[in-house]
Design a protein around this ligand. Structure first.
Ligand SMILES: [Fe+2]
Length: 152
């Protein structure tokens, strides 16, 4: 099975099991970040599949486990467990996805290319989902991304 679709199916099923009022919002956000991460990966010559998988898992613990605090690290652990269970990912692929999810909340720091793709995709999704609510935390990334994508 397509690994990206398998990851998305697993994450959506976990989120839908939660009786949270935010589950549909959560699935929309996870899907948006996954797609935007793939677009940025294509733009930057990085692995689109791994970007999409990192995107779908990045807030897993928020929407599937109701765990907001330390959610990047908890979501990285969830991604690691699923990738191991899936059995088709190399160690390097797993480390790239786990690293991107693990560091995605550290928006002010620079990390590896896939990590930066996930952070930028998360900021882009937030800005597009919440027009007019750009915070200082997202501003410099969003401005750099607008330049890169030649957005007005
Ligand atoms: Fe997010």
């Amino acid at each position: 099975m397509n690994r990206l679709l398998a990851a998305r199916g697993y994450v959506y099923a976990c989120v839908l099991k939660k009786p949270s009022a935010f589950r549909y919002e959560g699935m929309n956000h996870l899907a948006a970040v996954s797609e935007l991460a793939m677009l940025l990966a294509a733009r930057r010559g990085e692995n689109t599949e791994l970007a999409g998988i990192a995107g779908i898992f990045h807030d897993f613990s928020v929407y599937a486990e109701d765990a907001v605090s330390d959610h990047a690290h908890k979501s990285a652990a969830a991604a690691a467990a699923w990738m191991k269970e899936n059995g088709s990912f190399s160690r390097e692929e797993t480390e790239q996805v786990i690293g991107a999810v693990y560091y995605h909340s550290d928006k002010k720091m620079k990390h590896l290319p896939l990590d930066e793709i996930l952070k930028d995709a998360d900021v882009a999704a937030y800005v597009l989902e919440h027009p007019g609510e750009l915070t200082e935390r997202e501003r410099s990334r969003w401005n750099a991304l607008k330049d890169e994508l030649m957005l007005p």
